[in-house]
Write a protein that binds this ligand. Structure first.
Ligand code: AHR
Length: 324
């Protein structure tokens, strides 16, 4: 095993949109989209690799009908203001209308010490300034404020979803203005579908970085990067700049295609940064990519460039990959 790259991939099979959060209790907490999109499960382990063997605990199941009854997508577990929250997207029907799905964003809350135990309470829809296809929320704290970043369709902007930021009144309510951070406009953002989604936040070197995923969720899926000075007004669009090129994309030489919907964590010894993401190890997808279950959870160490920006490298091969 390459000690510089201690993780054997894939870490967890058939878990898309992987979210790993390393808590102050030393545990890595894991959740992700499951192939049937019908429930929310949590795992925890003292090591990233150990998440593969960790027993999944189902903490919430989709409703029989209504706005939380279909296509449960991209959960994230966060510890905000002393309680556990899982943010996720759900829809009332399992098919798109007018070109996009009908998701809205929701949150559930648990005040237990161990979120795999205790009760989860539904906190309702995370209401934004307008009603449309909304998904892939994440939160982060900065300078004493709690922020919410998400993907949502704007009917006046061609495409499935753009990225937005807003401050939060509490961990399930937005407040004040919202700002669009990015819309799919560069050639690598609009292949198949015009998509900016799956934001993930990384704070380092005096900057706030937000990675996101772009294009259709097939071999063209890849990651972009937004950045702002940590002391700038994060709700001012002018504070943010966008990388002109993707920062993480398919690596045919390593048998990896369509990497994205990432999260970030730290290595077990807290000395290195870890990129968590999903990827497929083949190109030929039969039918709708959303219903191909083989977006596997992967983990790899990443480094930093001289200019202070993250260097994610390329998707590493599967542990049993043989170069052709
Ligand atoms: O995996 C389900 C959805 O597909 C996620 O919410 C989105 O990021 C991806 O495109």
């Amino acid at each position: 095993m390459n000690t510089a790259q201690p993780y054997q991939n894939p870490v967890i099979a058939q878990r898309a949109d992987p979210w790993v959060y390393k808590h102050t209790d030393g545990y890595y907490y894991f959740t992700a989209s499951v192939p049937k999109y019908d429930l929310l499960e949590l795992r925890r382990s003292k090591t990233i690799q150990g998440l593969a063997e960790a027993e999944p605990v189902v903490v919430w199941r989709k409703h029989e009908e209504g706005p939380m009854s279909q296509l449960i997508w991209a959960p994230e577990i966060h510890f905000n203001q002393g309680k556990w929250y899982i943010y996720f997207a759900a829809a009332p029907i399992d098919y798109p209308e007018d070109g996009t799905f009908n998701h809205r964003m929701f949150a559930i809350e648990n005040d237990s010490a161990n979120p795999l135990e205790g009760e989860w309470t539904e906190k309702g829809q995370i209401v934004t300034a307008w009603e449309s296809f909304a998904l892939d929320a994440t939160t982060f704290e900065h300078n004493g404020k709690l922020y919410y970043v998400w993907a949502q369709q704007d009917y006046d902007i061609p495409g499935n979803s753009n990225l937005y930021i807003s401050e939060m009144e509490n961990p399930w309510t937005l407040k004040g203005k919202y700002t669009m951070l990015s819309k799919p406009e560069l050639d690598w953002e609009i292949i198949g579908f015009k998509v900016n989604e799956g934001p993930a936040v990384l704070k380092r070197n005096g900057k706030i970085f937000i990675t996101y995923s772009a294009s259709a969720t097939d071999i063209n899926y890849c990651m972009g990067l937004l950045s702002a000075d940590e002391d700038s007004d994060l709700l001012d669009a002018a504070s943010w700049s966008k990388s002109k090129q993707p920062v993480f994309r398919s690596a045919p030489e390593n048998g990896q295609f369509g990497p994205g919907h990432n999260s970030f964590t730290r290595s077990e010894d807290d000395t290195q940064d870890v990129l968590i993401y999903h990827c497929r190890n083949y190109t030929e997808i039969v039918g709708d990519p959303l219903h191909d279950p083989n977006r596997h959870t992967r983990a790899q160490i990443f480094t930093w460039n001289e200019d202070g920006t993250p260097n994610f490298g390329i998707p590493l091969p599967d542990k049993d990959f043989v170069r052709s």
